[in-house]
Design a protein around this ligand. Structure first.
Ligand code: PHE
Length: 810
């Protein structure tokens, strides 16, 4: 006889199950353990109705997964497997259903009741009908009935109940339909939602203009909640966002925050279009292994959106730098996995800050293969039409996508699919040679993908290499491949992998002279390399004073790679050496380029009201990067006290947080009274605004000042600050990797404590250990001891178990 097993987590069963009209309430009718509800024998009918009553305790749910309480309001998070914490449910993405959701609550405590779809009815509940007596002294319960007419996977389900107010606006689609837009926050935060509303409208318009995609529902709700594990969630018509990605004012948010809000709202708008409903055809992932299908394409689209709204080059540099900082190390560590993972214990571990599956996936390759949005648009439409023409295949897989991509184009994608099955970052070596007699120039490529856990050997993969200004694409598909160019009058300096055309590590035989030539002349700003040498300082000087360049690009060009990125290139990572050398390089650059840097600070100061647009952001970025260079270096060496005055006056006279925080960051580099005073001043001013206080925490936790672990102990506070506090601390290699093991011990203890409260956050923090084998033997032993201590802790979550066990086994 058929049996049914339904996953669950933290759900308390309270009433009998009712299957059709048979009640299952006797011992043996069903079995319940902490993970499953099993019905050993089902009615011998083809279909039946299963009714289950459950009881849950959202106020005790600190995992922020399922239904939980955040600052007094209820909200949900169901991707990937949160729905099973609300009720017994087979919460796979291929199981789709229509949802009707009736929410009942105390009217004064929870005046706003939201769910997906359309509001069918709402009203007060007559006292005689109240099942649970009201807890409110004012009495009065009310209800709202929401119905989503479209089938959806449960990961897109959402519910919100609380004291919220909305900023209301409308968006008229290009076919003339009016969509109601609402951004919900506590009433006092409403003034800080103007930028989010601007971003929402801009993203909806962009999606119509560039991709021809009209928003298909009549309502777009965004709710901002302070406690949220990720950035945001694209639930149908009821997006839920981490408040830091909604709330902004010039005084409380930096340019980077404004840009992040624009980008994440763009991401959710794009995500909706792709994975929920496209012209009423639902296209979604068949299972979580296909995650890159929705998130990869969405990241690609949101990157296009942000590029169109600001500077394409700067956006690309920022995205690639994220990739290098997070993806490459992950690829070389215990959690290495291909675009499509082969297995997982907790899917949550595969969203690691959107880095792996997202960035390395389709977006990068697509944007290279298709050089214009028009092409991408027609391509994507064809892909979707081809995927959905057979309604049975609307639950799509990476193979469907690949087949559609191949069929819709003449392009030869050769062994592109290897990206989906092989983990690791390919290393591509390029040797060039010029034959003056034959007037030929040759480029020889060889590719190698390092072994990763469970995959000792690798096949060649498809690597698109863009070269030259005409953006020619060489398709490298073999382990070794040579391309010969004829009729070349003199030895060229090739500009390779322009715009970072493939997510690979590149080793070329270009000489320093070639690199300086590119630094000075490459029309692809992305490809201007950075190396230290007197000529480099000169080159950088000319970049600094080149008024034809985008100011934000100049700011990026003078920003040195981070310590993590540098360590990633060493055979044995040495945090102390990298720290000292990087500091030295910065100091040398700052003293050699002092005049130019100060000029930049002078010329880019402004007391005008804050405007969020590219020219103003670029101006502020350049000014603040220039001043950080000049200030931190001289402050750290106490060479010139007038710099302290200058930094203090920047801090005091700033009219927005971007400028003020930059000055604060510079001043906080050096222990002492000025640092303490200015940090205290900032805290006193902003203690009522937790988002600003979070930044204040981050600034201190990520500081490189010696022995910072002690300061962090003193700072520990609430769960909301965990990211800033622990994440920031682990981001400072000298302190996290301190040779006495104090940083490792701190993280080990925190992970064990945090795992009991929020396993997703605990496992993300734990990832800082995952590359412990990259360090010297002393550090390895210390880190291993912490990982073993964690593994031996009682009641470890699957999230933490997966990372800790894989880290130890690698
Ligand atoms: N799907 C979400 C997005 O694209 C990311 C997310 C994943 C959020 C899992 C929460 C949990 O923004």
């Amino acid at each position: 006889m058929a049996q049914l097993i339904i996953p669950c987590r933290s759900v308390t069963f309270v009433r009998a199950l009712i299957i059709s009209l048979f009640t299952f309430d006797k011992e043996g009718d069903y079995q319940l353990d902490s993970r499953h509800l099993t019905l050993p024998s089902l009615p011998a009918k083809e279909s039946f109705v299963l009714e289950i009553d459950t009881e849950i305790y959202p106020h005790k749910n600190t995992s922020l997964d399922g239904l939980y309480k955040s600052s007094g309001n209820f909200c949900t998070q169901c991707e990937a497997e949160g729905f099973r914490k609300i009720t017994f449910y087979q919460d796979r993405p291929d199981i789709m259903a229509k949802y009707t959701c009736r929410v009942e609550a105390d009217k004064s405590l929870y005046p706003v009741l939201l769910s997906n779809g359309n509001l069918i009815s709402q009203g007060d509940i007559e006292v005689s009908n109240i099942v649970t007596p009201s807890v409110s002294p004012f009495g009065g319960r009310h209800f709202a009935l929401w119905e989503d007419p479209f089938k959806k996977p449960c990961y897109l389900f959402a519910l919100v109940a609380g004291q919220l107010a909305s900023r209301d606006d409308t968006f008229t689609t290009r076919s003339g339909r009016e969509v109601s837009l609402k951004i919900w926050t506590p009433a006092e935060d409403l003034p800080k939602t103007a930028h989010a509303m601007y971003s929402l409208k801009a993203a909806m318009k962009w999606d119509e203009d560039v991709f021809g995609l009209e928003y298909d529902l009549d309502l777009f709700n965004i709710v901002a909640v302070p406690d949220f594990n990720m950035g945001a969630m694209e639930n149908k018509s009821l997006n839920i966002f981490n408040s830091k990605l909604v709330l902004a004012s010039p005084e409380t948010a930096t340019d980077a925050d404004y840009a992040a809000i624009l980008g994440v709202i763009g991401h959710e708008v794009c995500n909706r279009a792709l994975c929920c409903l496209w012209n009423l055809i639902l296209v979604t992932c068949r299972d979580w292994f296909q995650l890159s299908l929705k998130e990869g394409l969405t990241v690609f689209r949101d990157q296009e959106f942000s590029s169109d709204m600001g500077s394409r080059t700067v956006k690309r540099i920022a995205d690639v730098s994220t990739l290098r900082i997070y993806q490459f190390p992950e690829d070389a560590g215990p959690m290495a996995h291909p675009v499509r993972p082969h297995s997982y214990i907790k899917m949550d571990n595969f969203y690691t800050g959107k880095f792996s599956i997202y960035l390395r996936s389709l977006g990068f390759l697509l944007s290279i293969v298709f050089q214009s949005n028009v092409l991408v648009f027609s391509f994507m439409k064809r892909v979707l039409i081809s995927i959905s023409k057979d309604m049975m295949s609307k639950l799509v897989t990476c193979e469907d996508f690949f087949a559609a991509m191949r069929d819709a184009n003449n392009a030869d994608f050769a062994n592109f699919l290897q990206w989906y099955s092989q983990a690791g970052t390919p290393v591509v070596k390029v040797a060039s040679s010029y034959n003056a007699e034959a007037r030929t120039f040759s480029l020889k490529f060889s590719q190698e993908i390092p072994p990763t856990p469970g995959q000792p050997t690798k096949e060649a993969t498809f690597i698109p290499v863009t070269i030259s200004s005409s953006s020619t694409i060489l398709r490298v598909t073999k382990k070794e491949e040579e391309f010969v160019f004829s009729d070349i009058a003199e030895r060229p300096v090739p500009s390779l992998f322009r715009g970072f055309s493939a997510p690979v590590r590149v080793e070329t035989d270009l000489s320093d002279d070639d690199l300086f030539f590119l630094l000075a002349h490459d029309s692809d700003e992305f490809n201007r390399p950075l190396v230290l040498n007197p000529k480099f300082i000169q080159g950088l000087g000319s970049v600094l004073s080149d008024s034809t360049l985008d100011k934000e690009f100049i700011a990026k060009a003078i920003t040195l790679p981070g310590e993590g990125e540098i360590m990633d290139m060493m055979a044995v990572a040495d945090p102390d050496a990298v720290h000292v050398v990087r500091k030295f390089v910065r100091k040398q650059l700052a003293s050699e380029l002092k005049t130019e840097l100060l000029k930049i600070v002078e010329n880019n100061r402004s007391i005008e009201a804050y405007v969020f647009d590219h020219p103003n952001m670029a101006r502020r970025a350049l000014k603040n990067t220039g001043s950080r260079f000049a200030f931190t270096t001289s402050l750290a060496s106490l060479e010139d006290p007038s710099y302290v005055e200058l930094a203090l006056s920047e801090y005091k006279s700033a009219t927005n947080l971007t400028d003020q925080f930059a000055a604060l960051a510079a001043l906080s580099q050096n222990p002492g009274k000025t640092r303490d005073d200015v940090l205290a001043d900032f805290y006193n001013k902003w203690q009522g605004d937790y988002l600003v206080v979070n930044k204040w925490f981050l600034l201190q936790s990520s500081s490189d000042i010696p022995g910072n672990v002690e300061n962090i102990h003193a700072l520990q506070t609430t769960i909301i600050q965990v990211y800033s506090l622990i994440g920031g601390f682990c981001g400072s290699p000298v302190n996290f990797h301190a040779k006495d093991g104090s940083g490792y011990k701190f993280l080990g203890d925190i992970v064990v404590q945090l795992d009991k409260i929020n396993p997703q956050v605990a496992s993300r923090m734990l990832s800082a250990f995952s590359r412990w084998k990259r360090y010297d033997e002393t550090r390895q032993a210390l880190a291993k001891a912490q990982l073993e201590m964690i593994m031996s802790a009682n009641g470890l979550s699957e999230n933490v178990f997966e990372i800790a066990s894989k880290s130890l086994a690698a």
